[in-house]
Design a protein around this ligand. Sequence first.
Ligand SMILES: [Zn+2]
Ligand SMILES: [Zn+2]
Length: 154
Amino acid sequence: MYSLMIYNLDKDKKTIKVSIAMRKRNTIQRALVFEAVNQLKCHATADEIYEAIVKEHPNISRATVYRNLKQLAETGEIRKMETPGGADRFDHQCHDHYHVKCEKCGRFFDVDMAYISGLEKSIQNNHGFVFTGYDILFRGICPDCQKSSERHDR
Ligand SMILES: [Zn+2]
Ligand SMILES: [Zn+2]
């Protein structure tokens, strides 16, 4: 009976140790993913974020990166951007803002302009919709692509 109790105690200790180690690992992975989103800045896709992390941390799995991106977006530490017809992108800027997509390279950039709040209130709501938000996506050619097309023109 006595030895059984000791055994259980040891097992509990082991379980606690394992869960602390796992929590530590989870925290580190989460921090890595958060840092990558902050460093990439230009609204990277989950794949691009994974590629950037795995270069320095070859043991991290794609599933781990995806899971952490989802969790960070849920807690509002990063923002998930849904793009029409494209992969979701992740943004380090968490305040409401608009984007411009480069038509040549497909990258997304922030647009410096005041956010229009309550725009959905001006909709003549004849169809009984409940509006929850909106996205404005501008189109353009980024400075890098303008430069490279100038070079081609010569
Ligand atoms: Zn471009
Ligand atoms: Zn942005």
